[in-house]
Design a protein around this ligand. Structure first.
Ligand code: ZN
Length: 117
């Protein structure tokens, strides 16, 4: 795993792209900025707060390799969750209400997990 040097929660002064869901982080939105060091290289990892939260809730960090969780695995994990929980046998696809971009899915999953508990 990369070593996390620091984690901050700034407000976006310009648009960023979330490295987990690939959707944009809007100006004025609070987001997560992690500064990591890996193999002597310092790198910033920028995500939505919700994307980071859902990654923890779905325990995505448990089975990732030593490079940490990347956007591709994040999106695969989300898709797997939706397929497992919101699959419609009649249309042989996930329910249309779940055919969203990954940021919207992340927020919806979080809401669902919170209602369950
Ligand atoms: Zn995101």
């Amino acid at each position: 795993m990369p070593t996390i040097l620091r984690e901050t929660y700034p407000t976006a002064k310009k648009e960023h792209r979330c490295e987990f869901c690939c959707e944009k982080i809007a100006i004025g939105q609070k987001y997560v900025r992690q500064t990591n060091v890996y193999d002597g290289t310092i790198d910033d990892f920028v995500t939505h707060q919700e994307c980071k939260e859902v990654a923890h809730e779905l325990r995505m960090y448990d089975d990732c390799d030593d490079l940490g969780l990347d956007g591709e695995s994040f999106r695969e994990n989300l898709n797997a969750y939706v397929y497992a929980n919101h699959y419609d046998e009649h249309t042989d696809d996930v329910y249309t209400s779940w055919q969203l971009n990954h940021y919207e899915i992340a927020k919806k999953v979080l809401k669902e997990l919170k209602t369950e508990n």
